[in-house]
Design a protein around this ligand. Structure first.
Ligand code: T1G
Length: 693
């Protein structure tokens, strides 16, 4: 009948099997196959019950997201779900793997659901900027009631099979899914087919309760619209009959699908997967990795060690003294303890994990390591001395990695034999929590070594992005342009509060000045001193950040930076002292402070990031715009619903971004030059998406 949908028979039970790898997405061919199966089985007198099963690794994991841009073809999923529900024979969905979105909606069209206990079930549509569009917002509340439906639909987070059974989404759990589904089907064969009540769903919630819930959803969504619209659709299930609720859901779905937010979230979904496949890794094979040695057990090193332990590796931390080794051990234990506290880890697993850690005050443990990650102080000479010792202590074929966040690794690894085994692995702090790793390729790094970095990151459930060498690599180099421009805006007359407020309204979790205060202002201070020799002579230099640090104010730690902090609090309060310092500097420069609109601030800070990113692309530091987007989303809190700075540039129009950048460069040509790549794309209004391949 169809390539992707087949029917087999076991006596009076028909088994309809979807086989559409990799995740059995319900694309057009699957819909057509199922659409045809319903009347065929209705008309087959030998069939008294139908099992909807899937081949491969999962039940249907959702609609085929790739069809969203092409205008999917009939039959439509909502009609198919309705057709299955109206079938004359009972349909039983046999659930396993990840039953998501349109997969769950198809299962809700069936009359019964049996699930393997390890199944994950959810409606993740809001994370694609849409809402369930095939009855999920209407059928779910009629089955589970209001609270569970609101949670499933507005958070997008999947639940386990046990919880799904508790709230009525699943009728029965089954270890041996195929056998028990068959037994269940034989049991219900020939019986009356249960139908969903089309009347409005019932609830005890008052209109005031609903309003309160909506406010909560809106607050959590932080500028994203789909969770709020999805909430409204669920509420409608308690006010409208099924067919009217379905119409409202469909109209909202079609509207949301076309929004920039949904396009950005779909871009984020595919970009996060595409970063794992850079051209430079084609044909490369990761090496086996069992034991990882981490040099330096400070905040960064112990975070990396924690991530490696959690991924199942044996780990050794090398420190300078026995005391420092003990402190490192304690830090890792503390990281694992907080995972236990948050319910992420059982005490038994914690103990087994910690048992795979050794610490030492000498380089002994390096002698049998497959991979060594250096995470010592960010200073060329300090790192060079570590690599000197590694050259002697590590096996000749062990992979050697540096966690430097700014320095060119070849500056301190030139003396090490077999340079093809050296790479950068730039983790983000705290390394056991942040998901981004920049895998840095030197001119000598072998592709298999890079592939090993990618495989390690995947095992750690992190996302690796390939970067070439430049100051700060992809992420921190763009951050540099962003921070520098934020500093100019401040000196020109905008307040830290206004700039931070504008960026938070844009969707950033923090503004630049709150971020600097949190990270510690001494870091930027040291970077500026390091860069002084190579800084272009005509580049504008705002002294304000240096003046602040020279007061002994380095941010949250000293309770004074761009802002003031109360003892024990991270809340950024206006600081009259810092404001006075800024005013004095403006007066010293003979400047009259000017005012900015929030949109001007956002557009300016966006344009300089995109411009820097274009240089990074032209220098082939990053392969594709999507690599940059993923770095910014995963490492710097760029809102996923904007899809990263390059996707945001496409949404704004590259011509507009170019115009903004031209204005910035014209006003201060010593500091800013328009990238030729931005100029080329922007003057033709061509999107960055075209460069993603
Ligand atoms: N459509 C198209 N391709 C998909 C896909 C989908 N729904 N899901 C996964 N893929 C591709 C993915 O790009 C990758 O491709 C490969 O499958 C393996 O994925 C009407 C509107 C299912 C938990 O949002 O969460 O239903 O990179 O590497 O880690 O309301 O994929 O190999 O070329 O991620 O094992 C709702 C999205 C859709 C589920 C598996 N469903 N997918 O994770 O493998 S909207 C989703 C996932 C909807 C209805 C609507 C995960 C996964 P490639 P992977 P994984």
């Amino acid at each position: 009948m169809s390539d992707v949908v087949t029917i087999t028979r076991e006596g009076n039970v028909a088994i309809v099997t979807v086989d559409n790898p990799p995740v059995n997405a319900v694309g057009q061919a699957v819909r057509q196959g199922l659409w045809d199966a319903v009347p065929e089985l209705d008309g087959d007198d030998g069939v008294e019950a139908v099992i909807l099963a899937c081949a491969g690794r999962t039940f249907i994991a959702g609609a085929d997201i790739r069809e969203f841009d092409g205008g999917a073809m009939e039959p439509w999923l909502p009609d198919l779900v309705e057709r299955i529900h109206a079938a004359k024979k009972p349909w039983i969905a046999a659930l396993f793997g990840t039953v998501l979105g349109g997969g769950l909606e198809t299962a809700l069209g069936c009359h019964y659901r049996i699930a393997h206990p390890a199944t994950k079930i959810g409606l993740p549509e809001v994370s694609l900027g849409i809402l369930p569009g095939a009855g999920g917002t209407q059928r779910t509340p009629r089955i589970t009631g209001a609270a569970a439906a609101v949670k499933l639909v507005t958070t997008g987070a999947p639940i386990g099979a046990q919880e799904a059974e508790k709230i009525g989404l699943v009728d029965r759990l089954a270890e041996d899914l195929a056998a028990e589904a068959l037994a269940f089907a034989r049991d219900v064969a020939g019986r009356d087919v249960p139908r969903l009540d089309p009347a409005p769903a019932q609830t005890d919630l008052t209109p005031a309760d609903w309003d309160e819930l909506r406010t909560e959803v809106e607050k959590k969504a932080r500028g994203q619209i789909s969770p709020v619209r999805a909430f409204d659709a669920v509420r409608a299930a308690f006010e409208l009959p099924l067919d009217e609720g379905m119409k409202l859901e469909r109209a909202t779905f079609l509207e949301l699908k076309e929004t920039d937010q949904s396009k950005a979230l779909r871009h984020a979904f595919f970009a996060e997967r595409a970063v794992a496949k850079p051209a430079a890794l084609k044909g490369a094979t990761p090496r086996d990795l069992d034991k990882i040695a981490v040099i330096g057990g400070g905040l960064m090193g112990s975070g990396i060690a924690t991530a490696a332990l959690n991924a199942g590796y044996d780990v050794a931390i090398v420190e300078q003294s026995a005391d420092a080794a003990t402190a490192a051990q304690d830090r890792v234990a503390g990281n694992l303890a907080s995972a236990v506290k948050r319910g992420k880890l059982s005490e038994a697993v914690r103990d087994a994990t910690l048992a795979r850690l050794t610490t030492a005050a000498d380089f002994g443990p390096v002698s049998d390591a497959d991979l060594v990650i250096e995470a010592v102080f960010e200073e060329t000479e300090v790192k060079r001395s570590v690599f000197d010792r590694l050259a002697a202590a590590a096996p000749r074929d062990a992979i050697l990695a540096t966690n430097t966040s700014y320095i060119d690794p070849t500056k301190f690894t030139a003396q090490v034999p077999n340079p093809e085994r050296i790479m950068g692995l730039h983790f983000f702090s705290p390394a056991h929590i942040m998901r981004l790793v920049e895998v840095v390729k030197t001119p000598a790094t072998h592709p298999d070594v890079l592939a090993t970095g990618f495989a390690m990151a995947k095992k750690m459930r992190k996302v690796a992005v390939l970067s070439g060498i430049c100051d700060g690599f992809i992420g921190n180099r763009i951050l540099g342009a962003y921070g520098r421009m934020a500093g100019y805006l401040l000196e020109d007359g905008a307040s830290a509060q206004q700039i931070d407020g504008a960026m938070k309204a844009f969707g950033m979790p923090m503004g630049p000045f709150e971020m600097f205060d949190m990270a510690g202002l001494q870091i930027g201070y040291a970077n500026r001193k390091r860069e002084a020799a190579t800084r272009p002579a005509d580049q504008r230099y705002s002294r304000i950040p240096d003046l602040i640090v020279e007061q002994g104010w380095t941010g949250q730690k000293t309770r004074q930076g761009y802002y003031r902090y109360e003892e024990g609090s991270r809340a950024a309060l206006p600081s009259p002292e810092t404001d006075a310092l800024i005013a004095t500097e403006r007066a010293h420069l003979g400047m009259t402070p000017r005012s900015f609109t929030d949109e001007e601030i956002v557009a300016t800070l966006h344009a300089v990031q995109v411009n820097e990113a274009c240089k990074i692309l032209a220098e082939k530091i990053a392969e594709r715009p999507l690599d940059i987007d993923v770095v910014k989303m995963m490492g710097y809190g760029y809102p996923r619903w904007r899809g990263g700075p390059m996707q945001e540039a496409d949404a704004r129009g590259t011509d507009r971004v170019l115009a903004t950048m031209q204005g910035i460069a014209a006003a201060d040509p010593g500091s800013w030059q328009v990238s030729p790549l931005l100029s080329d794309l922007g003057s033709a209004a061509r999107p960055f998406a075209g460069l993603n391949g």
